[in-house]
Write a protein that binds this ligand. Structure first.
Ligand SMILES: CC(=O)[C@@H](O)[C@H](O)COP(=O)(O)O
Ligand SMILES: NCC(=O)COP(=O)(O)O
Length: 247
């Protein structure tokens, strides 16, 4: 009899920093949020150092590198500046993401197939720093194959389209993600997922066999405004466990 695997929860704390940057204050502190999230059961902490520094700052990441008890997942674009910063910090995980300055939030996955040589080079450089590299991609077989060809051991499937859709379209997106997970597992990749997941859409994603980790930020930090961060993380953990039980 096969047992469902425990799906890990990475808590993205960017959105705490967004509130702080809106006023240029010292509070709220994303480092405090990371410690509280870990104590409430987060398996890891995710931060996205954007080129425009709209939320997380280098200082936050340097402090996190000193205090985290779990592990850091640093999301970043493939630029020389970010690669050099990752070389300084050497986080356990780096997730390479696409970035557009004008976007409200990450709109799609990285085009690995169209930039194979550059991605391959970045993966190699980061692996040399001791980082486990994942590629944030859409659940598209061509991109999944390219991720394997680029030498990345991990992918994170972009769930934003699933989160934005409703009804039959959302069902189709779920099937696409489920098939993407199965195909990537067949190719030997570790598969994470994230973006736009919240308390009402996470369970079907957590129920997909083969999912290793979900990275969730916006919904947890928003819920924390009303329930406190520990309760928000605990509630998300228990929804993920409900999904796991359906695997
Ligand atoms: C790549 C990704 O999904 C995360 O970085 C998340 O989107 C962070 O929030 P912002 O898009 O608001 O930077
Ligand atoms: N990579 C996805 C992530 O870190 C969290 O995305 P969101 O939950 O803030 O949309």
């Amino acid at each position: 009899m096969s047992h469902p695997q425990r799906v890990l929860l990475g808590v993205n704390i960017d959105h705490v920093a967004t509130l702080r940057q809106a006023r240029g204050t010292r509070y709220p502190d994303p480092v405090q949020a990371a410690i509280d999230a870990e104590q409430a059961g987060a398996d890891g902490i995710t931060v996205h150092l954007r080129e425009d520094r709209r939320h997380i700052q280098e200082r936050d990441i340097r402090l996190l590198a000193e205090v985290l008890q779990t592990r850091m997942n640093l999301e970043m674009a493939i630029t020389d500046e970010m690669l050099a910063f990752a070389g300084e910090i050497r986080p356990a995980h780096v997730c390479l993401v696409p970035e557009r300055r004008e976007e409200l939030t990450t709109e799609g996955g990285l085009d690995v197939a169209g930039n194979l040589a550059r991605v391959q080079q970045a993966v190699e450089q980061l692996a040399g720093y001791g980082c486990e590299v994942s590629l944030f991609i859409d659940a598209d077989p061509r991109q999944i194959e390219a991720a394997r060809d680029a030498g990345a051991p991990v992918i994170e499937l972009h769930t934003g389209h699933y989160a934005d859709a409703s009804g039959a379209e959302q069902d189709r997106e779920l099937v696409r993600i489920r098939e993407g997970v199965a195909y990537a597992r067949k190719l030997g990749l570790v598969v994470n997922a994230g973006h736009g997941l919240h308390y009402h859409n996470v369970e079907p994603i957590a129920a997909i066999p083969g999912i290793n980790e979900l990275n969730i930020g916006h919904a947890i930090i928003a819920r924390a405004l009303f329930s406190g961060l520990a309760a928000a993380v605990t509630e998300m953990r228990s929804l993920i466990a409900t999904g796991e039980a359906c695997q």
